[in-house]
Write a protein that binds this ligand. Structure first.
Ligand SMILES: *[C@@H]1O[C@H](CO)[C@@H](O)[C@H](O)[C@H]1NC(C)=O
Ligand SMILES: *[C@@H]1O[C@H](CO)[C@@H](O)[C@H](O)[C@H]1NC(C)=O
Ligand SMILES: *[C@@H]1O[C@H](CO)[C@@H](O)[C@H](O)[C@H]1NC(C)=O
Ligand SMILES: *[C@@H]1O[C@H](CO)[C@@H](O)[C@H](O)[C@H]1NC(C)=O
Ligand SMILES: *[C@@H]1O[C@H](CO)[C@@H](O)[C@H](O)[C@H]1NC(C)=O
Ligand SMILES: *[C@@H]1O[C@H](CO)[C@@H](O)[C@H](O)[C@H]1NC(C)=O
Length: 505
């Protein structure tokens, strides 16, 4: 069956009012009150002057900084700082100077001068001064703007820190080349493990790169890459992926130096995919999990009881972000599971549940008129056995340690007390660091002294046990990679709305 494909076009939102940047055609200088003012570059190292006449007066007011856009073509606009201020005209002032400085830039100044005649005419009045293009700036640039009198009288400066809009601004994203990333729409075909990508609104007359990458600190590439040529009528491509990991992203960028990149991650929400990287080294008994993406998770081993209960094993908690987590010497028991907890929830993976990993077992038998617990194993191991009183909590007696050789059952003599109701036998492996226990309760001694179990334990006959060991023996001894079962219901491609991120990498 073919998956239905639907392309999702990503809404960029209507250009909100606060996102709109003022346009300027000519980079002019304007003054109110019919004052003809002129601007020119200015450079001085002279120290400021002191003036007795100006000492108690304020001549500079209302310094305002904003960004304006100057456009050559629709997709080729540059950003400039516009500065406005109110100045009280005084015959001592020939004008005002505006200086801009950035962390990575030398100070750059311009001076706006007033004609001498006008200074006399407008003395004492307030005039609004506006310089449209004090300096060309780049997105997200931090600028310090300082307004001084000209000539420079001391203690009369006004200053503002300003940050230019970034490429997250929709107006910049559409018109400033260093912000134009193109827009990406995609559809996923889970059956074929393919993502169909369509690009729009990219820089015209340029080639465009598309690839899949895994986002850790940087986005590192997978094999999937394609170049969309500027002459191609269709700006689309199909990229193949291996695993739908949350950090798998589609990355696109224009073919030019320092091009901004767009990254879209179609499987962002599929946290459960991360728990597929569980492996078991049967030789060393080491259970490991390697994250496929950076994720903050708390990992514990637990013993599964029933469908949803999983009781934590003591001292098995590990926290990880990005490193492989290993538990050395683990008993690969069907009930032993790994629990992953993140902010988004908890997941339990039981890597040994699907196959017959049972390596050792407990059987109730009778020998020479005595009840016995017979321990069998298909590996050489040490088992610990305890007789317990059933209750909350379980009260257990002393530990009997038994070394069991491969394929040679060991009977352990028990006393008649075992026939009491509420008496249980608890067995676990003692030669590993992490093991689950087997608890057998409600042992019934019948008249002819046979021990039956009623409760939650399956009685495995010697014949079944030998058969199981042969089957398991065939499967054993190889490094086993336990991957999550593919969910059956993945026939249909799923589509997700996503947010875009743009940034230089
Ligand atoms: C400036 O103000 C101070 C205090 O308000 C005053 O003492 C001084 O005389 C003033 N100076 C001039 C030159 O007006
Ligand atoms: C934008 O215009 C300038 C000047 O006309 C030109 O040098 C530059 O290459 C143009 N950039 C793009 C991306 O078209
Ligand atoms: C691109 O789109 C066109 C028209 O929809 C289609 O014919 C073509 O097969 C697509 N190419 C790829 C690589 O998906
Ligand atoms: C867990 O660790 C603590 C401290 O390291 C230790 O005292 C305790 O015996 C450990 N418990 C088990 C069950 O290993
Ligand atoms: C178990 O009991 C039998 C009969 O009383 C005895 O012969 C045997 O040695 C006992 N085994 C152990 C391990 O104590
Ligand atoms: C992820 O989940 C959030 C919240 O449920 C949703 O808004 C977003 O569209 C989802 N993203 C993807 C890529 O599925």
């Amino acid at each position: 069956m073919r998956s239905a494909l639907t392309l999702l076009l990503i809404g960029w939102g209507v250009l909100a009012q606060e996102n709109w940047i003022q346009r300027t055609m000519t980079c002019g200088t304007h003054c109110s009150q019919g004052l003809h003012c002129n601007a020119r570059p200015h450079f001085t190292l002279a120290p400021c002057k002191r003036s007795q006449a100006l000492i108690n007066s304020t001549v500079l007011h209302n310094l305002k900084v904003s960004t304006v856009m100057k456009c050559e073509k629709k997709q080729n606009c540059s950003l400039h700082l516009k500065v406005t201020a109110t100045v009280q005209i005084n015959e001592l002032l020939r004008g005002v100077s505006v200086c801009t400085a950035s962390p990575s830039m030398l100070e750059h100044c311009r001076v706006v001068t007033f004609p001498r005649k006008a200074r006399a005419r407008l003395a004492g009045q307030l005039v609004e001064v506006q310089d449209d293009c004090v300096i060309e700036v780049s997105p997200s640039q931090n600028v310090q703007v300082t307004l001084r009198t000209f000539p420079d009288y001391c203690d009369m400066t006004l200053s503002r820190a300003y940050r230019v809009q970034g490429c997250d601004n929709a107006d910049l994203r559409s018109h400033v080349p260093s912000c134009i990333t193109g827009k990406i729409a995609y559809a996923v075909d889970m059956d074929r493990r393919e993502i169909s990508v369509r690009v729009s609104d990219m820089l015209e007359d340029r080639n465009y790169h598309l690839r899949l990458c895994h986002r850790w600190d940087i986005c590192s590439g997978t094999e999937a890459y394609t170049l969309l040529r500027r002459e191609d009528p269709f700006k689309n491509a199909t990229l193949r992926f291996f695993s739908p990991l949350p950090c798998l992203c589609i990355e696109g960028w224009t073919s030019m130096v320092d091009a901004p990149r767009i990254q879209v991650c179609p499987f962002k929400n599929r946290t459960e995919e991360l728990w597929s990287g569980v492996t078991f080294d049967s030789e060393k008994g080491a259970l490991s999990w390697e994250p496929g993406c950076p994720v903050k998770a708390v990992i514990t081993l637990c013993q599964r009881e029933g469908e949803s209960d999983c009781e934590d094993l003591a001292n098995s908690t590990q926290t990880t972000g990005r490193k492989k987590v290993t538990y050395a010497r683990v008993d690969p028991h069907p009930k032993l599971c790994m629990k992953f907890t993140t902010d988004a929830g908890s997941w339990i993976k039981c890597p040994f549940s699907d196959r017959n990993f049972l390596e050792w077992d407990l059987m109730m038998t009778e020998g020479q008129g005595q009840p016995q617990a017979t321990l069998t194993s298909r590996i050489r191991t040490k088992l610990s056995l305890q007789v317990c009183q059933n209750g909350q909590p379980l009260e257990c007696g002393e530990i009997t340690s038994v070394t069991v050789e491969k394929m040679s059952p060991v009977p352990v003599n028990l006393t008649g007390d075992i026939c009491q109701p509420d008496v249980c036998i608890r067995v676990r492996r003692a030669d590993v660091q992490f093991s689950t226990h087997v608890l057998q309760c409600h042992l019934q001694c019948t008249r002819n002294r046979q021990y039956l179990c009623r409760a939650d334990w399956i009685f495995v006959s010697a014949f079944t046990f030998v058969t199981l060991m042969i089957i398991a023996g065939l499967a054993g001894n190889i490094m086993l990679t336990v991957y999550q079962k593919r969910q059956a219901n993945r026939r249909h491609a799923r589509y997700h709305q996503y947010e875009h991120t743009a940034g230089k990498s």
